[in-house]
Design a binder for this molecule. Sequence first.
Ligand code: PMP
Length: 344
Amino acid sequence: MKEKIQAYNSILELIGDTPLIKLNRIIKDFPGNYYAKVESFNPGHSSKDRIALYILEQAEKKGILKPGDTIVETTSGNTGFSLAMVSAIKGYKCILAVSSKSSKDKIAMLQTMGAQVHVCPAHVAADDPRSYYEVAKRIHKETKGSVYINQYFNELNIDAHFKSTGPEIWKQTNGHITHLVACCGTGGTISGTARYLKSKNPEVRVLGIDAYGSVLKKYHETKELDVNEIYPYRIEGLGKNLIPTATDFDSIDKFEKVGDEDSALTARELARLEGLFLGYTSGAAIQGIKQLAEQGEFDSTSNVVVLLPDHGSRYMSKVYSDEWMQEQGFMDSKETTTTSDIEV
Ligand code: PMP
């Protein structure tokens, strides 16, 4: 009898079901158990695969999308890559309007996946017709059979995580999770995951990580957008200068802000201490845990799950470049990755 061939129909079947991995060394001297949900195991190397697949499949179900139709979005980051990947497999055209600040590498990655990339000037106001927001809106309006993903203001971004990330964590922890820690950009990851976990156990405490230079934490506390909170920072994908409707602030118990330098150094530590080669915001999330632990947030009964959003390969010219670290003043010029004082 012929053996059945064991193959996936496409890499879309590998989206989600990412592993939960115990952190053994990076969070030392604090009580509790710490587990990382490592989203770089998705085929597009980030959690954004989940929303790309979910939002496109919802549009298909509603009859909005047919093969040959067009996906439009405004990001050069993980969401752009995931949308390009899912579009390539499903036979959609993918048009991404990106800022001229985006690195050449990032633009090349999107084009490699078959996306059409419109590079728009970074220095113009959001309502200028040349801005990437306005260009995306115009392309969407002019293109019949197009879907504008609009991840910061799309409720489906939350649903994607309610349907996948939340149930996976509940199952992987057998319901023993006590704390969820996640970075907030659009807020879709934390909001959807939190809603699911709290529907199972309202006692699960949800802790959001924000960046210094972003408005989210202050907004959570005051319900007002304080423009004084806004200033430039380095971490990409974390925090925001506006209030995204994809964030359900009521599902989050507390925010903690982290800085560029601490987060970069912690991302490097994750590689050396845990063998996890991940992105800048993964460092930010672990840095957030360290700060929260110092504040006494956790005890010996805590089972803390932290979402680590993407892979380290996208940050070779930044966090994992000694030169970049030195330019930022995050590393002494005499210091190199091989002479670290981290005990290994
Ligand atoms: N980390 C990275 C690297 C990201 O690209 C994003 C998305 N902006 C996040 C964290 C935050 O995820 P979310 O948008 O679901 O809040």
